[in-house]
Design a binder for this molecule. Structure first.
Ligand code: PAP
Length: 310
């Protein structure tokens, strides 16, 4: 596998002082570790109809979606004082397909009935059984310009580079050229968007900004879609509101585990997954030219699709 990956087109990120190399596989870019796990999953993962896939491009609301869906699915088992979300990063509560957590998912499915699995893989590269099993897929997506800024800070901080050593202009240009983790981002969104039009019963798209603007109806839509609807009594008892409040940025980012922890004892800090969560933060970083370039490319890519995402 490693030898095969080394034969793929490569890109080393100069704005990250050459500390990260991505490889182009099946029309998307990814780091070696994610490709190794993802390709193995493509070869061996057997999805079941009851599985729920949480899909996203990086920095579009993955951590939030995982918390919300985990809280929905486990609401009878845990309450706010016992949920694993208090002691583990959301990424550790929902196994990730491309970092070899397939076994963990299979054990979860068998032992605790937890059907959740997450992936950043583009739709066209999902293991074939994910499509043929007809399992549910939830895809979250977000304003492109905010994703670019979020990606910039996450990568920069992961490699412990101060802003003056990691030029935003270069990070922007790389992303704009389509070279981003699991990107081009435009193609990632379009893949799931088109699939959701063809298979609306199996694929639900959620927009980060909509979830923020109207969490209640979107959470209910989400719970209905994945087969864990809220009963009238639950709604009256405030279960929906409680999940929204518990999983809010304000609450989650202030939990000790998310302020000081590290996932699986690794080197990335949990706090990096909780930065600002502000819509429109791109305005603090983009020049007029960057905005125009991005909007123009977005118009070209999404022309005629009905997808609006600026
Ligand atoms: P990942 O793909 O690496 O897991 P992801 O969770 O998709 O990252 O995106 C992180 C973004 O979601 C961050 O955005 P920002 O950089 O613009 O601040 C992070 O702050 C935001 N985020 C994390 N948790 C929440 C939440 N509970 N509600 C809203 N936004 C959140």
């Amino acid at each position: 596998m490693e030898e095969m990956i080394e034969t793929l087109p490569q890109h080393t990120c100069s704005w990250l002082k050459d500390k990260m190399t991505m490889y182009k596989y099946q029309d998307f870019w990814a780091i070696k570790r994610h490709l190794e796990g993802g390709i193995q999953a493509q070869q061996s993962f057997k999805a079941e109809p009851s599985d729920v896939f949480l899909c996203s491009a990086p920095k579009t609301g993955t951590t939030w979606l995982k918390s919300l869906v985990f809280a929905i699915v486990t609401r009878e088992k845990f309450d706010e004082s016992t949920t694993p979300l208090l002691t583990k990063l959301a990424h550790e509560c929902v196994p990730i397909l491309e970092i070899l957590q397939v076994k963990e998912h299979e054990n979860n499915r068998k032992n605790s009935g937890l059907p959740l699995v997450a992936t950043h893989f583009p739709y066209a590269s999902l293991p074939k059984s994910v499509i043929s099993s007809n399992c549910k897929i939830v895809y979250i997506y977000r304003n492109i310009k905010d994703v670019i800024v979020s990606n910039y800070h996450f990568r920069r901080e992961a490699f412990k580079l101060p802003m003056e050593d990691a030029p935003f202009e270069e990070a922007f240009e790389e992303f704009y050229q389509g070279i981003s983790n699991f990107g081009p981002y435009w193609d990632h969104v379009l893949g799931y968007w088109k699939a959701s039009l063809e298979r609306p019963d199996s694929i639900l798209l959620l927009k980060y900004e909509d979830l923020k603007r109207d969490p209640t109806s979107n959470l209910k839509r989400l719970a209905d879609f994945i087969g864990y609807p809220f009963s009238v009594d639950e709604e009256k008892a405030g279960v929906v509101d409680n999940i929204i409040r518990f999983c809010s940025f304000e609450n989650m980012s202030n939990l000790e585990v998310n302020k000081t922890g590290k996932p699986n004892g690794g080197s990335l800090e949990n706090r990096l997954y909780y930065r600002k969560a502000k819509d429109g933060d791109w305005k603090n970083y983009f020049t007029d030219e960057m905005k125009e370039k991005t909007d123009k490319l977005t118009d070209e890519k999404f022309n005629g699709t009905g997808l609006v995402l600026k």
